[in-house]
Design a protein around this ligand. Structure first.
Ligand code: PMV
Length: 314
């Protein structure tokens, strides 16, 4: 039977991928560094069969993009059989959390297994990148670096007990896809400056990871988030992903730090805020989040993530 199921986590980038030097191959201008998220998991099952007359993919997803990706794997395996694919997310799909990373990582691993392809982790990262760039970072375990065409694990999940307290402030899908956004990145007059400075931040974050220096880690994470959003907001057409609640939470985080709570923010292509702290401070972060009435009224959901494994067959 040519059937397999795989699980993959979404990931949060501390040093972000924004803009690609080759759009078709989804090759990034700069390296990025991320952590897999234990609370945001996609589970995907694929089955290939001679009995199927057409490809059927899960409702509500981009069928063309999924079939194009499955075709890459069918071609590698030299198999033309039709596929039936089912998928579910442990988190609300419309939450504005990038499900394309976990989605394409799980799809790549499940389809490769079902088709009997024996691929190395490096090859799997290479392939999943073609489905969605950041998906390649969801293949290896724990803390991951993506350079050029492939990604690899820097440290396993248990290396550092970090938390990503994901504060969901809006549960509608984002208006402008990240694919469209990447295409416009280089039109920002400050994109060149980002490329000049981002390699320094890669060095700094790797050093902070190596020494588990949380302050240095948090500072460079916020810096890179703000730098990416500056590029987004100054590219043509400009992209503004934050809403009022996003900005209020960013301000609040600075205030919480001032009173001694080590917590930092990072934000992707949407309004939700990822609060990064150490495991020992998780309860305190939850407490400050719940103690503010204006926040309680605006928060739709909170997902507490630990570092997690990469994509795997289940
Ligand atoms: O992989 P994509 O095309 O969804 O791009 C992800 C872009 C960001 O989430 C904004 C940054 C990142 O590195 O994850």
């Amino acid at each position: 039977m040519m059937k397999a199921t795989a699980e993959a986590s979404a990931n949060i980038a501390f040093i972000k991928y924004w803009g690609r030097k080759d759009a078709r191959l989804r090759l990034p201008y700069n390296a990025s560094i991320s952590m897999n998220l234990s609370g945001c998991v996609t589970t995907t099952t694929v089955e290939f069969s001679r009995d199927y007359e057409q490809d059927i993919v899960a409702e509500g997803f981009d069928k063309k993009r999924i079939i194009t990706h499955i075709d890459r794997l069918r071609k590698l395996a030299g198999i033309q059989q039709r596929v039936h694919m089912k998928t579910k997310n442990s988190f609300p799909t419309s939450a504005g959390i990038a499900s394309s990373a976990s989605g394409f990582a799980a799809l790549t691993v499940a389809a490769a297994a079902a088709l009997g392809l024996k691929l190395s982790e490096k090859e799997l990262t290479n392939l999943s990148r073609l489905g969605s760039g950041s998906a390649c970072r969801s293949i290896p375990d724990g803390f991951v670096k993506w350079e050029d065409s492939f990604a690899y694990s820097l440290y396993p999940p248990e290396y550092w007990d970090l938390r990503d307290v994901l504060v969901i402030v809006k549960q509608t899908q984002k208006h402008v896809s990240s694919s469209t956004g990447h295409d416009g990145a280089a039109t920002s007059p400050d994109f060149g400056k980002r490329l000049e400075t981002v390699s320094g931040r890669i060095v700094r974050i790797q050093e902070a990871l190596r020494t588990k220096n949380f302050k240095a880690f948090g500072e460079v994470t916020e810096e890179d988030c703000l730098d990416m959003h500056h590029v987004m907001q100054t590219q043509s057409p400009p992209l503004f992903y934050w809403n009022n609640t996003t900005k209020r939470i960013m301000d609040a985080v600075t205030g919480w730090r001032a009173i001694g709570l080590p917590v930092y923010f990072t934000i992707d292509a949407g309004p939700n805020v990822h609060l990064i702290c150490e495991g020992k401070d998780e309860k305190k972060v939850m407490k400050v989040l719940q103690s503010r009435i204006w926040l309680r009224q605006r928060i739709k959901e909170i997902i507490v993530n630990k570092p997690s494994k990469g994509a795997r067959v289940v």
